[in-house]
Design a protein around this ligand. Structure first.
Ligand SMILES: [Zn+2]
Length: 150
């Protein structure tokens, strides 16, 4: 009978991918604190993050509409365990809040971090706003997190 040996190997691996035209424009907007959705000419649904084709009508989307950086918390959770942040590649220590936020003017929700991490202070329907990074880079993490509006 052979003995199994497990060897841990760490690898640093970087990659780049093409964002596509819609995400390229969206990212450029973020660099100017401008959030834009793509609206379907058929069903009028506004997609955020933008996507090139409507999921309902299958029509190509090209009508850009600005949306607010304020919105409504549609769902939330608090994560208590450290987790690998896919946006940065760094481990994010818990606890931290995550939310699905429907920005004013959008029909879709964004998944993003919340400044609040106390479950007793979070509720569906709360009004929130984006807190922007000081140096904008044209990336989703130009929005550091969303904070609860008073
Ligand atoms: Zn549509």
């Amino acid at each position: 009978m052979s003995e199994r040996i497990s060897v841990a190997i760490e690898m640093a691996q970087g990659w780049r991918y093409s964002s596509g035209d819609a995400m390229a424009r969206f990212s450029e907007g973020l660099r100017r604190k401008r959030i834009e959705a793509l609206q379907c000419g058929g069903c009028r649904r506004r997609y955020l993050p933008p996507r090139p084709v409507c999921g309902n009508c299958h029509l190509p989307l090209s009508d850009w509409v600005p949306v607010s950086d304020k919105g409504t918390l549609e769902a939330w959770t608090v994560v208590f365990l450290p987790f690998l942040d896919a946006r940065t590649g760094e481990v994010r220590d818990g606890p931290y809040g995550m939310g699905l936020i429907r920005l004013d003017g959008s029909d879709a929700t964004l998944n993003h971090y919340l400044a609040e991490n106390d479950p007793a202070r979070l509720a569906v329907g709360m009004r929130v706003r984006a807190v922007w990074r000081e140096e904008l880079r044209g990336a989703m993490d130009d929005i550091l997190h969303f904070e609860i509006l008073p």
